[in-house]
Design a protein around this ligand. Sequence first.
Ligand SMILES: Nc1nc2c(c(=O)[nH]1)N[C@H]1C(S)=C(S)[C@@H](COP(=O)(O)OP(=O)(O)OC[C@H]3O[C@@H](n4cnc5c(=O)[nH]c(N)nc54)[C@H](O)[C@@H]3O)O[C@H]1N2
Ligand SMILES: Nc1nc2c(c(=O)[nH]1)N[C@H]1C(S)=C(S)[C@@H](COP(=O)(O)OP(=O)(O)OC[C@H]3O[C@@H](n4cnc5c(=O)[nH]c(N)nc54)[C@H](O)[C@@H]3O)O[C@H]1N2
Ligand code: SF4
Ligand SMILES: [Mo]
Length: 688
Amino acid sequence: MSETTPDLAPTAALRTVHGACPHDCPDTCALQVTVEGQRIVKIQGDPAHPPTHGALCTKVSRYAERTDHAERVLTPLKRSGPKGAGQFKAVGWDEALDEIAAKLKAIAARDPEAILPYSYAGTMGLVQGESMAARFFNQLGASQLDRTICASAGGEALVQSYGGKLGMHLENFAQAKLILIWGSNSIASNLHFWTFAQAAKRAGAKLIAIDPRKTETAEKCHQHIALLPGTDGALALGLMHELISHDWLDHDYIALHVEGWPELRERALQWPPERVAEVCGITPDEVRQLAKDYGSTAPAAIRLNYGMQRVHGGGNAVRLVSLLPCLTGAWRHAAGGLLLSASGWFAAVKNDAVLQRPDLLAGRRPRTINMSTIGDDLLRDASPGFGPKVEAVIVYNSNPVAVAPESRKVVAGFAREDLFTVVLEHFLTDTADHADYVLPATTQLEHWDVHTSYGHTYVLLNEPAIAPRGQAKSNAEIFRLLAARMGFTGPCFADDDEALARQAVNSSIDFAELQQRGWVKLPIPDAPFAEGGFKTPSGKARACAPGVALPDHVPNLESARSAPALAQRYPLAMISPPARHFLNSTFVNVKSLRDIEAEPVLEMHAADATARGLADGQVVKVWNDRGEYHCALRVNQRARPGVVNGLGVWWRKLGPNGTNVNELTQQGLTDMGRAPTFYDCLVEVAAL
Ligand SMILES: Nc1nc2c(c(=O)[nH]1)N[C@H]1C(S)=C(S)[C@@H](COP(=O)(O)OP(=O)(O)OC[C@H]3O[C@@H](n4cnc5c(=O)[nH]c(N)nc54)[C@H](O)[C@@H]3O)O[C@H]1N2
Ligand SMILES: Nc1nc2c(c(=O)[nH]1)N[C@H]1C(S)=C(S)[C@@H](COP(=O)(O)OP(=O)(O)OC[C@H]3O[C@@H](n4cnc5c(=O)[nH]c(N)nc54)[C@H](O)[C@@H]3O)O[C@H]1N2
Ligand code: SF4
Ligand SMILES: [Mo]
């Protein structure tokens, strides 16, 4: 199960185990975990794994601190106080599981669709994500969850453009001559990409950041284009306008490998730099220069990230940006093209149907609830359109009370006296505080898993390095025990975690090789679309095609241009990108990391602060019709005029007025993929 590291062999008690970082991060690092008995000695990045390159981010270097945290939940807990008060008493596993199963059986006897799973990517592992859990909910016939909270607008856009969530190899960015870092604070949230971008920079490449915020990444690029949130589609159309006007097009590539070019060309010609500049809040020269750089440099690569699709027009914006490398023929080069997500490459090796067993639904078609509108949906009564009222929620790998939009409603939903809530967690998060039962889950060091990635093209294995702390059990084990109590007797409910890990990938991945080295690279061509071969029915990239609409710039739901009356009351656009030392709401309770972030903050440009008589460091209220959030003001150059940055995602209970930035965000959805519009949000700010 584990190997002894040769250079540490003399103290034979030391073992090094292959692991994978479980977090929702494109880098999915390969870990080497050194333990002595049950003590974690060291967690480091695997030097041999090309994306990881031996380095971990600050957050996961502290994984031992998180695993052995004094506040970790280590026994099942049962609510002992008012709903939402976070008061619990320890109970035994048998008592907890018996009572949960009895409650779920009673609800299911009336209507299993009144039960809702709520999960996301707290771990991205195939085993501790949707394996035994999916089997359990499929057998039960519970409501299905539409897992949209992060990436579904951009994902759907890539499927429309390329036929899958497909992109460049991470490693090949090192050879690019131009890199557009578009809607991505790579140093914070995609560190291992940044390593390759720096290598390119040292070799003479130009780096350009396209981001409303002057991030730590933007600062280190040669140029920063600080456009208004939600205007990326207009910028992409403006770039196309210039590519056409100056004939920086690869006509052969377009003719052979692009569908719908005449229609796209006509639309792009309506977007001269002056119009684009007006919409984006930048100068016409910035548009022209960017187009010139992009149109006349090869290889040119784009690292798009999900930050730019968290607005109403996010899907269309990704569609437009994704077509740029098809017009210049950048895809001809291994170091050209685009990477938003690589997850679609893993479709060839993943065994989802075996792992999740959708066949257990046996012809039933339960309703689907969108995780991004959980606030509204928990407060909805039964109706013919909606189905039954939600009576029970089982949360795992997610912290919806902190991360879902329009928290006031999410909190009101989870505070319902008649809602039965079970939360599988490591810690008493804002969501766990609302539980009837909290069940202690294992961390990555304590369980089996297999990982794919959305930022690189390697499959990774994670073997347990230590026994579960306290009475913790893995998600898969908890659902297995619950299944037994529900009377689910099918043989698939007997598979243990190692068996699930072996089932997670098909025979094209050699499991023995995974165990021996910790990771296996997928066989994908170096320049995957050099000669077209997109995964669409025609094999061409699609600007438009039957069933695939021509993309356009789609404005924000909330902006001065699209909602002028609202903008009069709330003149500032707020984005809420990740804080560097947290991962969504994970790590907020790790003191050494929280100390670096210090306190919840809102960044504001000096001109906006002066206009409001506000000063750096003071506590302010940030509000709109949805709610009010208190935090510290930082007046600095990171914010552009008219846009404030409320860094996320703090735990509500650590906020000065018990809220976080999602008190202000809306439940309006994106144009594609039914995703949230976290960065499409107007607010006003004043002294407290
Ligand atoms: N440290 C850290 N790493 C993380 C995360 C984290 O919370 N912390 N989150 C992880 C997750 S869940 C994901 S999905 C990934 C990716 O997570 P993303 O949300 O893509 O995070 P970032 O890469 O920081 O990209 C967000 C960037 O987009 C910018 N932005 C906001 N609105 C717009 C816009 O309209 N247009 C453009 N061009 N830019 C905009 C923001 O200012 C920010 O710099 O990162 C993962 N990695
Ligand atoms: N305002 C604003 N809101 C945002 C974002 C933003 O940029 N701005 N980003 C959005 C994005 S991109 C995303 S992906 C979502 C993320 O939202 P979530 O997926 O909810 O992510 P986290 O907040 O990291 O919460 C994950 C939880 O899973 C738990 N966990 C980890 N591993 C395990 C395990 O093995 N078992 C169990 N049972 N639990 C485990 C962790 O302790 C943690 O509390 O947030 C979204 N919310
Ligand atoms: S959070 Fe990302 S960068 Fe940090 S160790 Fe995990 S995969 Fe690597
Ligand atoms: Mo995400």
